[in-house]
Design a protein around this ligand. Structure first.
Ligand code: ATP
Ligand code: MG
Length: 315
């Protein structure tokens, strides 16, 4: 189990991570989500032992990053944000080099290398120079170097950033596959990424956790809204007031065009579906209904709402 406890990390005056705590269970795939500059990379660097915390600690089983950073590094496979590879090396030579650094047992050395190469779909490119590879293949090499020592924990910082949609699908599949046996933390600022891969999500904004839970739980915790777009003919502006009062909707906008078409957007709490009542009222008043459409809050909006003050380095 990983436990991040009251973690704080400052860079000079910048509070990159501002007292966050969470745990990750064994075997869980945790999505670590947040806008640019939220503090994702910083948190992951502390967990992996590459940065020391300003305050707080990270525990991995019985170890902690303040006292046992080298031991923890051995338990973790890390794909850093920029995926730093030795670009003038051949794929095989590079992985062999990493395997040596990771002190892979002599008896298992070749078989482990071949296993990882097959697992990451690198068979066709082992004798290519890394700088000849597409970005998607570079990420596969990055994943291969991260798992070569068969770590219990995988930490992947934006593993699909900059990839085309096909490559994204392939890397996601690979991560899901690897995640079957490992504890995984995967960061992203793209929501769909997390919906497709993670069991649970933590949303971080300006160095603080603003949400933690499964996708379903986040959706239901968030007080969602239903938006109703209406277009009416033969109705005057008072019509909208009448419709609005039926279920205490909030009028977001209203517009009457010259040709007498009235359009309005009303908002209701998500548990209310006012469509039937509204339709009856329209029929009763002999207005003509040109459009009635409903739009429910998506997870995208939940994310936007939770991180609305964030983005960039807006500190
Ligand atoms: N080495 C550094 N020195 C000074 N400030 C830094 C450093 N690294 C990060 N920061 C600042 O810390 C904050 C958090 O940065 P971090 O890289 O952790 O965010 P992030 O969530 O990974 O963002 P992104 O989605 O852009 O990768 C930002 O304000 C950033 O400018
Ligand atoms: Mg980052």
């Amino acid at each position: 189990m990983i436990e991040v406890r009251n973690l704080v990390k400052h860079y000079g005056d910048v509070k990159a991570v501002d007292d966050i705590s969470f745990t990750v269970k064994n075997g869980e795939i945790l999505g670590f989500l947040g806008p640019n500059g939220a503090g994702k990379t910083t948190t992951l660097k502390v967990i992996t032992g590459y940065l020391s915390p300003t305050a707080g600690n990270v525990f991995v089983d019985d170890l902690n990053v303040l006292d046992d950073s080298m031991e923890i590094r051995k338990m973790i496979g890390y794909l850093p944000e920029m995926n730093p590879l030795y670009h003038d090396m051949q794929v095989y030579d590079f992985l062999e080099f990493v395997a040596r650094v990771r002190e892979i047992n002599k008896n298992q050395f070749r078989s482990r290398l071949n296993e990882v190469i097959a697992l990451c779909g690198l068979n066709g490119v082992v004798h290519k120079n890394i700088n000849e590879l597409s970005k998607g293949y570079c990420q596969r090499v990055g994943l291969a170097q991260a798992i070569i020592h068969d770590p219990e924990i995988l930490i992947l910082d934006e593993p699909t950033s900059g990839l085309d949609p096909n490559q994204i699908m392939e890397i996601r599949r690979l991560i899901k596959n690897l995640g079957k046996e490992k504890t995984v933390i995967i960061s992203s600022h793209i929501l769909q990424e997390m919906q497709a891969t993670a069991d649970r999500m933590i949303i971080i904004n300006r160095g603080r956790i603003v949400a933690d839970g499964t996708v379903d739980a986040l959706m239901s915790d968030f007080k969602g809204k239903t938006r109703l777009t209406l277009e009416l003919k033969n109705a005057d502006e008072a019509a909208v007031k009448k419709l609005q009062s039926l279920q205490e909707g909030v009028l977001l906008s209203q517009l009457q065009t010259k040709d007498g078409i009235l359009s309005a957007v009303l908002e209701y709490p998500s548990e209310i579906d006012p469509r039937e009542q509204i339709f009856r009222q329209i029929v009763k008043n002999k207005w003509m209904l040109l459009e009635m459409s409903r739009h429910k809050t998506s997870l995208e909006e939940v994310f936007r709402n939770l991180t609305i003050e964030g983005g960039d380095d807006a500190k």
